[in-house]
Design a protein around this ligand. Sequence first.
Ligand code: AMP
Ligand code: ZN
Length: 138
Amino acid sequence: MRDDNCIFCKIANGEIPSATLYEDEDFRVILDLGPAAKGHALILPKEHYPNLYELPDELAKKDIVLAKKMITKMTRVLGCDGYNVVQNNGASAGQTVFHFHMHLIPRYENDDAGFGWNIGELSDADKEDILTKIKEIN
Ligand code: AMP
Ligand code: ZN
């Protein structure tokens, strides 16, 4: 299942060249063209799924195992100090390419990758609301 209008379908399947770090029958791992830090990479499935909601469980399992392998190898290659493994779903969450992908972002002490969020506080109302509703959904 591919989408003819999707750039990541074309990259993942080799129709558009990319800086490929790894490839197997299910995935291609490439360097991001707009890296947050040196070595920022993307895991792309070869089949088109818009986001994690749509990704089949079998691919999701393989994806996280591959993420672990890649960051282990890349930590040695780059000599980085840590990693953010990030995956955006929906425009409101910062997704700009609607073909599932996982970001592997190496982190270096005192880098300026600027990755994070504002820390809030869990209110009693939110907690009760969420805990009640999650029990109602299977
Ligand atoms: P997201 O915002 O989670 O959808 O991430 C999209 C990512 O794809 C961004 O980090 C972009 O820099 C990256 N990107 C977009 N087009 C390309 C491309 N042709 N090759 C490599 N990376 C790309
Ligand atoms: Zn696609």
